[in-house]
Design a binder for this molecule. Structure first.
Ligand code: GTS
Length: 219
């Protein structure tokens, strides 16, 4: 059994939950809830698991700890020797990592900075330093990033070409975060909006919360 330390509706944790579902690994994973809103991810006990104090973290049966969504996805995808998310050829691997990093830099991480700096974020006990101007700039960066990905998706069905990959999952994380903080996809981004509707229909994306988490979210 592997443990995934996460928070059920977090956008970064969603990336790993989607990868787990795509790889049909759900029965081999236990989700361990870390109270993000209570700041548990910044406690000494959790920092000992992940120096960066972020979720998610994967813990293997032998106690090995792997943080960072990209690294976790790479591990899970290669566990059975038949990767479907992170590429098989050198060219695919190169393109997927480039586009996944770009989705982080230009959309997901930018939205995250907006949330932590230009909104109340996780509250004063967690947000020890805030810089609203920096946060608002990052929101503008994310909107530019959405336009960039709209241009990509006008040319091809998925972020890296004609197949679903980790890069799509990263951009999905970005749009989940954008939804949470009410940053809308610009109206003229038809291709990105259509791709987003399509992605939300994927079972791995649609079913990323357990039944009880879904109930908690609706309550
Ligand atoms: N680069 C990290 C990764 O890819 O795993 C970023 C992870 C990250 O920022 N996770 C969020 C976090 O821990 C979780 S969530 O916001 O998506 O729920 N944020 C808490 C904080 O204080 O930064």
């Amino acid at each position: 059994m592997m443990n995934v330390f996460d928070w059920f509706d977090g956008p970064y944790p969603a990336r790993v939950r989607i990868a787990i579902a795509e790889k049909h690994l759900r029965s081999e994973v236990e989700f361990v809830s870390v109270d993000l809103w209570g700041g548990e991810h910044k406690s000494p006990a959790f920092l000992a698991k992940n120096y960066s104090g972020t979720l998610p973290v994967l813990e293997l049966a032998d106690g090995t700890l792997i943080a960072e969504c990209t690294a976790i996805t790479e591990y899970l995808d290669n566990l059975d020797g038949a990767p479907i998310l992170t590429g098989t050829t050198a060219r695919e691997k190169g393109l997927i990592h480039m586009m996944s990093k770009r989705a982080e830099l230009e959309v997901l991480d930018a939205i995250s900075v907006y949330f932590h700096h230009a909104t109340a974020g996780l509250g004063p006990h967690v947000e020890l330093y805030q810089n609203a101007e920096w946060g608002l700039r990052q929101r503008d960066k994310a909107l530019r990033g959405m336009r960039y990905f709209d241009g990509i998706l006008r040319q091809q069905p998925f972020v890296t070409g004609d197949y679903f990959s980790m890069a799509d999952i990263t951009l999905i994380g970005g749009l989940i975060f954008a939804d949470l903080v009410k940053v809308a996809i610009p109206d003229d981004c038809d291709a990105l909006s259509a791709w987003w509707v399509h992605m939300q229909q994927r079972p791995s994306v649609r079913n990323r919360l357990t039944m009880s988490e879904r109930a908690a979210e609706l309550a």
